[in-house]
Every structure is written in structure tokens, then in C-alpha cells.
Design a protein around this ligand. Structure first.
Ligand code: ARG
Length: 478
């Protein structure tokens, strides 16, 4: 793109220019575009990102046109060769993008005509930019889903490895951010895994509905040429062909679904991020984040800030916002294509970039996370996290649960008075609290025993966590 075209303030050039002979639609117009309007309506600044898909789509379209007898094989070959050469220029960054040519589609078509001459003008037979752009965006999102799925799977495997490593590491589990019951660190990490594995399912599911070919829909009503949509679909690897031409050019629900899956993934990453920030603080000191993922303060020498998870947490807002943009963009749009849809690209692109960056950041960070086991154990021992198990013990010895609850409450009060934990109470203390309490109570109050006792599918016992990790590996592969 000639940068000048983009940076000159519209006010300096908003008078009518010479009729824009280079505009593909110039035939219908006698006046030319107001320079501000030209910039206002142009999308090339951002949709040039779609050039690989646009060129691939055009090559498939030209190939289909020749197979259908609409182009000669020689015309097809000239077009395909020209498009391949344009791709080389785009890849090298030497392609001259022009705002006057509005969007990626017209820039490439214009370059094709310049390169191969009149025959280039035949490429757009039986096609409209409306089915073209819908095809480009679907191809783009399909590729991006595959990339993101790879990055997500890397993070999932990192979480499994961390969970396995810390399968027997005891920590307090929280409700209301208050120490509730002892759990294992591995079990906590596997909760993150479950959230993100569902996100993978959602992304895969969105990909299935992205993978549908719009080309052939034309501007909205199809085409009178004898096109072969099955062939175009096959050439581009689409799993299905859009059944209705109006729907094919107009709906962006596939982009909304992608962004919705992405927004939920960001919500999950933000939950992980929040816990990492908390745990990395001096107050918790549950984990130590590698220096590579932190920065210092320009003023306070002691600081080591958890920037990476903070940024992931903060970037969640962008993707949630993009989802709102796309939903609102689509709302109440009449059939078929409307220019509103040009506004789909920036939210979609930023969603892709944000997800890719955040998945990569966490994929890199998770394997380097240092877990401070002694701190975690001390935190699990404090805060009376074994009180529920103590009450369950009394119930097993015949005490009704309501009474047991009251006895344990009294024990906790006594321990607070003595400034100790429940295991700091003596056998005499226990006997005074309730005569059924025997010496084995000390084993009941041991956090290792407490977690080991949660020995069922979905439970926090170390051997359950290890078994869950083995299943998790299998599920990632599925
Ligand atoms: N740049 C347009 C978009 O992103 C391409 C389709 C334009 N179609 C049209 N009839 N003006 O949606």
C-alpha cells in the first residue's frame, strides 16, 4: 500500500478526483469517489492479510472455470501463473498495495491484469467479491483454527506434565478464596486442563461449520454460467458446499462462533492468569515464575512483576469485545450481503492474534513454573482445612452430623485460642470435646491422608490424579 495514500489527512485531498478509471466498477459512475470516502470504504489496510487465501481461491476458481469450459486451458494457465507470481511478490513484501483499489480482491485482480494482460479480466467470471470474501475468510479461519489447535494442544500437554509432576503436592483448595479443604496441586492443574479441553472441542466444532464453500453464490443469486462447485470445493479442500446463495454471502455466524469459542478460551486463560498472579505474590508464595516471564519496576528494586499472566488476563477484554462487535454487526442485517460485513475482519484478526499470543505465552510459561511445595503444605496445614474430615470421622463413629459439626467447631475455636492447628490439640482436649475421639484422629487430620481418601474418579488423591493424567493424554490425542 502506498503509505502516503493512507496518511495524508482526508481534508487535504477530499475534493473530487479525476474519474477513477482504474476502479473495476467505474463503468456505472460519472463522478469519482470523494477522497475521504475512498479511504472510509477501503479495507485493504487490514484485509491484505487475506492475500494467500484470496490467491488460492482465485486459482481454484480459474481451474474450475476451465474444467467447466468457461475458460480455455491456455487462459487458465496464464491466470494461474500470474497469480502465483503475485503471491511471490506479496510474500516478499514487494507488492504495491493501493487504497484506491479498495480491498485485497481488487488489488490482486488489478495486478493480475497488469501482469498477464486482458485475459486477467476473465478471472472474475461467475464470481462476485461477495462470495469471494466469504470464501477467503472461511479459508483463513480454517487455517487459523488448525494453528490455534496446535498451540492449545501444546499448552494442554504442558498442563498434564505439570499435574503429573505435582500429583502428590498438597495445597489448600479454596472456596470464597478461603482455605476450604486440602487438595493436590496436580488436581487443581487438571481443572484448568478440563476447561481448556472443552475449549478445544468448541474450536473444533466451530471449524466444522467454517469449512463450507461459498463460491458459486455470486453476488447473492448464483450465476448463469455452468459452474462446478464440487470441483472448487475439492480443490480448496472444503468439506461442504453452501446450500443457499443468499445465506452463503451474508451470514458471518461462523466468525461469531469462532470468536465466541475464543472469548470463552480467554475467560479460562484469565482464570488461570489470576491464580498465577495471586500465587506468585509474596502473600501466597505458592509458585515462583521464571524470570523470563516477569519484569521489574523502574522505581521499586524489589519488584518482580508477573507481567505475562497479567497481560493475558487483560487481553481477555479485547476478545470479549470483539465477540460483542461481531454479534452487533450481524444483528438485523437484511439479506443478502451488506458492506457492514467488511467490519468483520479487524475483530476476527485481532481475536486470532490475541489467542495465538496468549496460548504461546502460557504454553511457554507452564513448563517452567516452580511450585513451592513446603509453602503449599504449610498453607494446607493452616486454616483448619481438615475440619470436614474430622466431622466425617465423628459421623463414622456414630455421632449425628449436626452434633459432629458443633464438636469440630468447638475444637477449631480451642485451637485458635491456643494458636495451634487441630493436630496441636492433646488427647485430653479431644476426649473433653467428645468421648468417642480416639488417637487415630491424628491420622484423620493429616493432610496427606485427607487427600489420599478422595480416591474416586474425579477425586484429588494422588493416584487418581496420575490416572487422570494418563486419560488426559489419551483425550488430547483423540
Ligand atoms: N471488502 C469487502 C468486504 O470485506 C469485499 C466485498 C465487497 N463487496 C461489495 N459488494 N462491495 O466485505
Amino acid at each position: 500500500m502506498s503509505d502516503s495514500a493512507n496518511t495524508v489527512p482526508p481534508s487535504q485531498k477530499s475534493r473530487v478526483k479525476k474519474p477513477g478509471a482504474e476502479k473495476p466498477w467505474a463503468g456505472r459512475f460519472s463522478g469519482s469517489t470523494n477522497a475521504f470516502v475512498e479511504e472510509f470504504t477501503a479495507s485493504v489496510r487490514f484485509d491484505r492479510r487475506l492475500y494467500p487465501q484470496d490467491i488460492a481461491g482465485s486459482i481454484a476458481h480459474a481451474t474450475m472455470l476451465a474444467a467447466a469450459g468457461i475458460l480455455t486451458p491456455a487462459e487458465r494457465d496464464q491466470i494461474v501463473t500470474g497469480l502465483a507470481a503475485i503471491k511471490v511478490d506479496c510474500d516478499a513484501g514487494t507488492f504495491k498495495w493501493s487504497v484506491a483499489l479498495e480491498d485485497v480482491h481488487m488489488n490482486i485482480e488489478h495486478a493480475l491484469v497488469e501482469r498477464v494482460g486482458e485475459v486477467g479480466k476473465k478471472l472474475h467470471t461467475a464470481r462476485s467479491r461477495n462470495d469471494q470474501v466469504a470464501t477467503d475468510l472461511r479459508l483463513y479461519l480454517r487455517d487459523q483454527c488448525d494453528e490455534l489447535l496446535r498451540a492449545l494442544e501444546r499448552l494442554l500437554l504442558g498442563l498434564i506434565a505439570l499435574a503429573e509432576r505435582e500429583a502428590a503436592t498438597v495445597m489448600p483448595g479454596f472456596t470464597h478464596l478461603q482455605a476450604a479443604q486440602p487438595i493436590t496441586f496436580g488436581h487443581h492443574v487438571l481443572a484448568w486442563f478440563e476447561m481448556l479441553l472443552r475449549d478445544r472441542d468448541r474450536l473444533r466444532d466451530a471449524r466444522r461449520r467454517i469449512d463450507v464453500l461459498p463460491l458459486g453464490a455470486g453476488a447473492l443469486a448464483g450465476t448463469s454460467f455452468p459452474i462446478r462447485r464440487e470441483l472448487t470445493a475439492q480443490l480448496l479442500g472444503f468439506a461442504a458446499i453452501a446450500e443457499n446463495s443468499l445465506d452463503a454471502v451474508s451470514d458471518r455466524d461462523f466468525a461469531i462462533e469462532f470468536t465466541a469459542a475464543g472469548a470463552l478460551m480467554m475467560i479460562h486463560l484469565s482464570r488461570m492468569a489470576e491464580e498465577l498472579v495471586l500465587w506468585n505474590s509474596q502473600q501466597f508464595a505458592f509458585v515462583e515464575m521464571d524470570d523470563a516471564f516477569c519484569t521489574g519496576s523502574s522505581m521499586m528494586p524489589q519488584k518482580k512483576n508477573p507481567d505475562v499472566p497479567e497481560l493475558v488476563r487483560g487481553k481477555t477484554g479485547r476478545v470479549v469485545g470483539h465477540l460483542m462487535s461481531l454479534l452487533t454487526l450481524m444483528k438485523a442485517q437484511p439479506l443478502a450481503y451488506n458492506k457492514d460485513n467488511q467490519e468483520d475482519k479487524e475483530p476476527v484478526f485481532d481475536t486470532v492474534d490475541t489467542l495465538a499470543a496468549c496460548l504461546r505465552a502460557f504454553g511457554d510459561l507452564v513448563p517452567t513454573l516452580q511450585v513451592r511445595r513446603a509453602r503449599l503444605r504449610a498453607a494446607a496445614d493452616a486454616g483448619f482445612t481438615t475440619a470436614t474430615d474430622f466431622a466425617d470421622y465423628l459421623v463414622r463413629r456414630g455421632v449425628p452430623f449436626r452434633d459432629a459439626h458443633r464438636v469440630v467447631g468447638a475444637a477449631v475455636r480451642l485451637a485458635i485460642e491456643r494458636d495451634c492447628d487441630l493436630t496441636g490439640l492433646t488427647m485430653d482436649d479431644f476426649k473433653a470435646l467428645h468421648p468417642v475421639i480416639a488417637h487415630e484422629v491424628y491420622g484423620v487430620l493429616d493432610v496427606d491422608n485427607v487427600v489420599a481418601a478422595r480416591d474416586h474418579l474425579g477425586g484429588t488423591a494422588p493416584n487418581q490424579v496420575r490416572a487422570a493424567c494418563a486419560r488426559a493424554r489419551q483425550r488430547v490425542d483423540d
